[in-house]
Design a protein. Structure first.
Length: 121
């Protein structure tokens, strides 16, 4: 890939990130200015104050990727752990586990839940 391709991608990324932040600030500012002065007699906020409030709330609640693994890495670690557990099962236990998961989760994914057939007497 050539250099201009990556430059265009970077410009698009910066543009959409700035657009996302701007929309988030205006939505937050609108909600704050609509609710907070009326409910709690707090002052109206401008764009920069709202941006500062969002940054502060992000720092206080979640930080900016402080240490540890990100969401994708956690997902891969969870999947790896489940594969290790499944490998420890015997084939009969593995099939029993799969049947239980199908019966628990089938209906929530748009498929009708499978009803196990009862043996004829």
């Amino acid at each position: 890939m050539n250099r201009s391709f990556w430059l265009k991608k970077a410009v698009k990324l910066v543009f959409f990130a700035a657009l996302f932040v701007t929309v988030a600030v205006f939505v937050t500012m609108g909600l704050w200015n609509w609710l907070m002065p009326m409910l709690f007699h707090l002052p109206l906020l401008n764009f920069w104050q709202t941006l500062g409030l969002l940054v502060l709330s992000r720092i206080l609640t979640g930080g900016f990727g402080r240490g540890g693994r990100g969401g994708w890495a956690r997902g891969r670690a969870w999947k790896r752990q489940m594969v290790q557990r499944m490998e420890a099962f015997s084939p009969a236990e593995r099939e029993k586990f799969r049947q239980q998961m199908r019966s628990r989760c089938a209906g929530s994914w748009g498929r009708p839940a499978e009803v196990p057939a009862e043996p004829a007497a």
